[in-house]
Design a protein around this ligand. Structure first.
Ligand code: SAM
Length: 224
């Protein structure tokens, strides 16, 4: 049985977003495209911004934070190469949109957010969507979630000056880590992959991005 059909009034806009902004810019993973065609992005936005939901742009979600641009969500998710049985750690829950995409593709998602108000709102959205495979935590995600480690995939949705060491330590053999690394103005999307024997970390770059900062003693210590 397929997933329940949600928000039929925006189904066509979602289909167009997937075709034009995601497929049209090279995203090929069918499971990622299907998850984003299913999920109503307007449910993750402040009510006044619902009309903007299917523009390919980051948008403000309150507390000085943003929901990521759909293309960047798709690019990051595709690079995680998720399988149905995977356990995923996300740092920076924000609106919960990226979390919900991950929850459609993996067995379990662990997500950490430092701003409690955003986390409460995201948890309400997960309930409304009946996404029961998400566990949430309030705190500094750069420290990871040691009790639940190791993870098959880790995604950081905030910019860091370097890859926080606790995160690489929590990556399973064969695991993938996607993180924007750079300064406060601009970053490069880095993809790290741990060898199947659990040893070396291979590293490559997937293009320029611009994220709000990861605030942590392991990253940036303030927002300026
Ligand atoms: N993925 C989100 C979405 O789909 O809406 C967008 C995330 S937003 C670009 C980055 C988030 O990271 C913000 O909500 C911010 O509060 C959070 N953040 C920043 N530093 C953090 C930290 N050390 N631990 C956890 N969350 C953090």
């Amino acid at each position: 049985m397929g997933p329940p059909s949600l928000a039929p009034e925006t189904r066509e806009q979602r289909r167009r977003m997937v075709f034009r902004h995601l497929g049209g810019r090279g995203v090929r993973d069918r499971r990622v495209l299907a998850a984003m065609a299913w999920l109503p992005r307007e449910w993750f936005l402040p009510p006044g911004l619902a009309a903007e939901a299917y523009s390919d742009a980051p948008l403000p979600i309150g507390s000085g934070q943003t929901i990521s641009q759909p293309y960047v969500v798709a690019l990051m998710t595709e690079n995680l190469h998720l399988r149905r049985g995977d356990r995923v750690l996300e740092i920076g829950t924000g609106s919960g949109y990226q979390t919900a995409v991950l929850a459609r593709l993996a067995a379990e998602v662990f997500t950490i957010e430092r701003l409690p108000d955003l986390l409460v709102e995201a948890e309400e959205r997960f309930r409304r969507l009946h996404l029961t495979n998400i566990r949430t935590r309030h705190g500094d995600g750069a420290a990871g979630w040691p009790e639940a480690a190791p993870f098959d995939a880790i995604v950081v949705t905030a910019a860091a000056p370097r890859v926080p060491e606790p995160l690489t330590a929590q990556l399973a053999p064969g695991g993938r880590l996607v993180i924007p690394v750079g300064d406060l103005a601009a970053q490069e999307l880095m993809i790290l992959e741990r060898g199947a024997a659990g040893d070396a970390l291979a590293q490559r770059q997937a293009g320029g991005v611009r994220f709000v900062p990861l605030i942590s003693r392991h990253a940036f210590t303030d927002e300026r």
